[in-house]
Design a protein around this ligand. Sequence first.
Ligand code: SF4
Length: 92
Amino acid sequence: MTISSASGGGVSRRTLLLGCVAGGAGALATRASALEMSHVKVSKDCVHYTTAAVNGHRCGACKLYVAPSSCIDVSGDVGPDCGCRIWLPKAA
Ligand code: SF4
């Protein structure tokens, strides 16, 4: 899945997350494997977290949101009316 629908950037969600946890291009493959084997949260800055919905998508409607104020993939508290570039729709 790409995040183009949420951000207009066309960058894959996986690529964005891996870029957040990797220290550089040389570390990317190693970090990619580590990420897939263990769950790593990324910073709000890395995913362009904001206190408003992003392209109409808000945390409260995201598959990764854990009420009342957590996210499976992003560190720190998140708000239901906030948003970021890796938003995922909840399953229907
Ligand atoms: S939009 Fe989803 S992935 Fe992004 S911070 Fe909110 S709950 Fe987490």
